[in-house]
Design a binder for this molecule. Sequence first.
Ligand code: FUB
Length: 342
Amino acid sequence: MVPPLITHLYTADPSAHVFNGKIYVYPSHDRETDIQFNDNGDQYDMNDYHVFSTPSIDPPALVTDHGVALRVEDVPWASKQLWAPDAAERDGVYYLYFPARDKEGIFRIGVARADKPEGPFKADPDYIPGSYSIDPAVLVDDVAVGDDATPAYLYFGGLWGGQLQCYQGTSGRGDGNADSYDASWLGPKEPTGEGAEAMGPRVVRLSPSDMGQLAEPVRTIQILAPETGKPIAADDHDRRFFEAAWMHKRNGLYYFSYSTGDTHYLCYATGTGPYGPFTYRGRMLEPVVGWTTHHSVVEFEGRWYLFHHDSSLSGGVSHLRSVKVKEIFYNAAGDIVSEPEA
Ligand code: FUB
């Protein structure tokens, strides 16, 4: 079995990026809790972030813990549950995107800023206006949009405890609007039944002049079944989006990957633009020890790596997870495969 990358803390939801020639990992920091386990995820009661870096990944060596980068008490709008974060760089400023519950218990996405990839980060006084739900992931793209030469796209959303199902709007899959919040859907619930489409993850371009603001209305992403060309059904739990959005780009193709939650797969779908639609393509990780699965994909020195987590170090305690890394490969058609093509 692959050993964890970090063993002195429990860490999860790793978002990996290459900054200044090193890999930086932005994970959740899991901790012990007395909170009763439930399907709303209340036991995932994290209250700070650490940032890690390594100059070498094969084998991973000299992983540095840069210490506490942000604490929940230093986020004016947040009350609890610092869940899966991501980071991005623009014009020499490093941004940490993170979900947390606001003072009313509603998940929002916040941003914190630093002048170094490892932080410490200073949180904006309020969450990103118009943001909701969990699991932010940012792609800084190289295809210009108007004057925006390197547009940054924020992907987010998560079902059940992540509250995405509270934003169904009029379309059923969700109309992308934070004002459509419906508290009657709180808890481990999601759309189901004949003809119901799966909820879509969300995407929105960030403002090029202020990475803490949205540049446009939030859009709902469609993930299409290859056999029909139609959106994946809500009851197709082996393939429907649940949480853990990640976007990477290879050879001009956009790879949107995600967790299927209660069926515990990491899947991916591909498309020709940042907004989708994306066509379901397959699995990139089978279920691991523990309930959740979450990941990132990063290219480093010409090779591709999948950062993920499992609960093997804690003996299977789902909310005490550890970050791992493995190399991944692509075949000639662009499918993600676990061994290099012969
Ligand atoms: O770490 C808390 C939550 O568990 C994340 O936000 C989800 O993606 C799942 O990994």
